[in-house]
Design a protein around this ligand. Structure first.
Ligand SMILES: *Cc1c(COP(=O)(O)O)cnc(C)c1O
Length: 363
């Protein structure tokens, strides 16, 4: 994390604040940065997805909030395209939602060319469906407009997992502008916030329901003043601790995330990537003699990475992890004999020891 983010978290740790008021302030800042009506700081994109699902199921109903994750007596189905079934879909299901697969996996398996079609989603819609989930990336984005149009026409919230879709920073606004009702971003990836932070941005009523299910609710109903985004007239009572109580965001995470967001919004993506590329080049030159390739941001579509080709990628990764210092490279391309150095949360002072450790393990 940047020194400014660390300093903001340290300052927050010495302040006493009402978390609901702080989340209201965060909501205004996230709304500005994303173009959404409201926003919430969560403990990560996965937590944002659980809260998004819980909000879509419960809305303003305090009895449903109290029941989650046990939701078998009321609507709780979330449609999810088969190609979007990532390991993070568990976060949606953790709310009590039942995930219903739609479409097929022709693109994922390489069997065919067709993606998701409107009629496939429409056929699966029923009164028990509370939301549609969409995991956005460079491949799935082609189906976004169709999905958003079906959701809009049927009044069903569209939950978007955009955890790792930053940079480019335009993506902060893009999915909301394209019709998403709720969007989850990681705070601990390229955004540069605390590792255990994230953003849920979207429609005010849904974000408010998510916040209600995350806040500490050990309150006296007579004196409770809800955060401003929560319209108490919509509630028939005061909720108990909700499904999200176990992953409440602390003031340090909230302030740290907002500071990182400010920096990210102001920063020039081109310059940030150029600086990362320069650092990767110097790591690459320290790995002289090894088969390394810099893949620039213009090719990854995100941050630049360094690909290191090795004979047995997983065996090498295991050796790196056992080293001193331990090194964890991405194994996402291990099947083609490549370990990937993704520098988005790497500090400049780590570059030299990292290069030395890789050199030692690989030679
Ligand atoms: C990283 C990631 C998440 C989880 O994000 P956290 O902020 O670590 O909770 C969810 N979905 C996708 C696609 C991711 O890449």
């Amino acid at each position: 994390m940047a020194p400014e983010v660390v300093a903001a978290m340290a300052a927050a740790s010495r302040a006493s604040v009402d978390i609901g008021e702080l989340q209201d302030a965060a909501s205004r800042r996230i709304a500005e940065a994303t173009g959404a009506e409201a926003g919430l700081v969560t403990t990560g994109a996965a937590a944002a997805l659980t809260l998004a699902a819980a909000a879509s199921i419960a809305r303003w109903d305090v009895a449903k909030m109290a029941a989650l994750p046990h939701a078998d007596t009321f609507p709780r189905d979330i449609l999810i395209p088969r190609t979007h079934r990532t390991g993070y879909a568990h976060a949606l299901a953790a709310s009590g939602a039942r995930l219903i697969d739609v479409g097929h996996n022709d693109r994922g398996t390489g069997a065919g060319v067709r993606g998701l079609e409107a009629w496939e989603i429409e056929t699966a819609l029923s009164p028990s469906v509370v939301a549609v989930a969409f995991s956005v990336n460079a491949t799935s984005i082609v189906d976004f407009a169709t999905t958003a149009a079906v959701c809009r026409a049927n009044g069903v919230p569209l939950i978007v997992d955009a955890a790792a879709q930053l940079p480019p920073k335009e993506n902060l606004k893009r999915f909301i502008a394209m019709g998403a009702d709720l969007v989850a971003f990681s705070g601990g990836k390229a955004l540069g916030g605390p590792q255990a932070s994230g953003i849920l941005a979207g429609r005010r009523d849904l974000v408010a329901s998510a916040l209600l299910q995350q806040l500490d609710m050990d309150v006296a109903p007579e004196t409770w003043t809800p955060p401003r985004m929560i319209d108490r007239a919509n509630l028939r009572g005061v909720p108990h601790h909700g499904i999200g109580r176990g992953f409440k965001a602390g003031k340090e995470e909230i302030v740290g995330l907002l500071t990182a967001l400010d920096r990210f919004v102001i920063a020039d993506d081109g310059k940030t990537n150029a600086a990362l590329e320069a650092r990767l080049k110097s790591i690459a030159s320290a790995l002289d003699g090894l088969d390394v390739k810099l893949v620039p941001a213009s090719v990854t579509g995100r941050t630049p990475v360094l690909e290191i080709a090795v004979a047995d990628a997983l065996a090498m990764s295991a050796r790196l992890q056992r080293g001193d210092p331990p090194v964890h490279l991405s194994e996402r391309h291990s099947a083609r004999g490549v370990l990937t150095l993704d520098p988005q949360v790497l500090l400049p002072e780590h570059d030299a020891p990292l290069a030395a450790a890789i050199r030692e393990a690989l030679q």
